[in-house]
Design a protein. Structure first.
Length: 419
């Protein structure tokens, strides 16, 4: 640990008395969660794989949420994620409810695309009328586009676009937005979520009085979310000291050369170890959680920080890029230790918010317009959460949830306008 982070750790043991109800917050929220509006369980007739669709809330008859594929995916995981999506769209004031799809199958299996096609085929009525989906863990946007094309669906925004008075023009506009590339050549839609997480980290650092150059971050996962998060943090001058993928953790105390390491990834977000420079230390996979960094960004699997692993976490702030990255039990422990958790439904909402802004014509093909809008919204929200945390020790999740509830009430009965 550097001298700076030692003193930062001392300062962090703030004199503000913890909110006595804080530790119960996450449990409380899980316990009071209402039943989803719809949930469907599907069994693949060929492989026996199970798939799930959970529509947590419909706003104006629409719900949005990505589709994940991983061996071991469960209905309760998908329901949890759908609830998170509903809170996410509400936190950003988007006029759409929350949903999630999931398939219990290994995305590396050569039959994965066929399984996905059969799953979406079975979910067709929902895709036609109510559910707007997107990529998620184990399902890339290109795999999704391929499957949708095979099913004769134009793309995964179908249910919303068909409500436009001129669907052809809307489709053309949305396609142009989705095809927008950022300097470096990546699709804006692939990096905007990670950009939002990076801005959430920078806003948290700012709220705590840390300069970017004096802030260190450890990122678990270097796929779509983790990769872009690390990229934009590095670009902002933050020291990214650890990056983990499924094969292990890469560590360098002075900061990793993020662009060079990301260039070594395969399509599953795994870094080619044969080409990693010698000055980068190789550590076990779970070591990313105990890396001494100011901010920990879990950006890989759900429940990465749980009752078993929370004791390993040494970061002063956790910013959730992965959905449900922290279990309620673990969050209660972190809260009691004075470590704020910026919740997934705020920190990783960038991609969902951007897709909706694109559909509604609020952003177009100029990447800076999208970056500016997200930066402003994210920084305002995270600053408010952290101010509340610093002054009253109310956990950011609770403050953010109150914001989402307020927005949802304001959205009740709102007309969804897709130009
Ligand atoms: N892609 C999006 O637009 C998006 C948006 C919001 C939230 N999320 C959430 O972010 C998380 C990651 O999604 P993604 O799209 O980046 O996935 P991805 O498949 O692109 O990448 C996953 C990354 O995690 C790594 N990984 C997997 N298991 C790991 C483990 N046990 N330890 C360390 N690394 C591990 C993989 O090697 C890979 O680098 C998921 O929880 C997803 O729900 C994604």
């Amino acid at each position: 640990m550097t001298a700076m982070s030692s003193s930062r750790r001392d300062e962090h043991a703030s004199p503000v008395r913890p909110d006595p109800t804080a530790a119960a917050t996450a449990h409380e929220m899980a316990a009071t969660a209402s039943e989803p509006e719809h949930q469907l369980v599907w069994t693949d007739p060929v492989t026996g794989a199970r798939g799930f669709l959970v529509i947590d809330t419909l706003v104006g008859g629409l719900a949005t949420g990505g589709t994940r594929m991983r061996a071991g995916c469960t209905l309760s995981e998908v329901a949890d994620l759908a609830r998170g999506m509903a809170t996410k769209t509400a936190a950003f004031g988007l006029p759409v409810g929350g949903a999630k799809g999931g398939v219990d199958f290994d995305p590396r299996d050569p039959r994965a695309t066929e399984v996905l096609e059969r799953f979406f085929g079975a979910m067709r009525p929902w895709l036609d009328h109510h559910w707007v989906t997107a990529e998620d863990l184990g399902v890339s946007q290109s795999a999704l586009d391929e499957v949708f094309a095979r099913l004769g669906l134009e793309q995964s925004f179908h249910a919303a676009i068909r409500r436009s008075p001129n669907p052809t023009a809307t489709l053309r506009r949305v396609h142009a937005g989705l095809a927008t590339r950022v300097p470096g050549g990546q699709l804006l839609g692939d990096v905007i979520g990670g950009y939002g997480v990076a801005r959430a980290c920078l806003a948290a650092a700012h709220a705590l009085g840390w300069e970017p150059a004096a802030t260190s971050v450890a990122v678990q996962g270097v796929g779509t979310m983790g990769g872009a998060t690390a990229w934009y943090l590095h670009e902002a001058g933050v020291r990214v000291v650890a990056l983990a993928d499924v094969a292990g953790t890469l560590y360098r105390s002075g900061g990793l050369d993020v662009p060079a390491l990301l260039a070594l990834r395969d399509r599953y977000g795994e870094i080619d170890r044969t080409r990693v420079p010698d000055d980068v230390e190789r550590r076990p996979r779970e070591a990313v959680l105990s890396t001494e960094a100011d901010i920990l960004v879990p950006a890989a699997v759900s429940y990465a920080v749980d009752a078993d692993t929370v004791g390993d976490v040494t970061a002063l702030v956790v910013v959730e890029a992965a959905n449900s990255a922290t279990t309620p039990e673990a969050e209660a422990v972190l809260t009691a230790r004075g470590v704020p958790v910026v919740p997934d439904f705020v920190a990783n909402a960038g991609a969902a918010a951007w897709a909706w802004w694109l559909l509604q014509g609020h952003v177009g093909t100029e990447p800076e317009d999208s970056f500016r809008r997200l930066r402003t919204e994210m920084e305002t929200k995270v600053a408010a959460l952290l101010v509340e945390w610093r002054t009253t020790r109310v956990p950011p999740r609770r403050t953010a949830r109150l914001l989402a509830e307020r927005n949802l009430r304001a959205l009740a009965g709102a007309e969804i306008v897709i130009p």
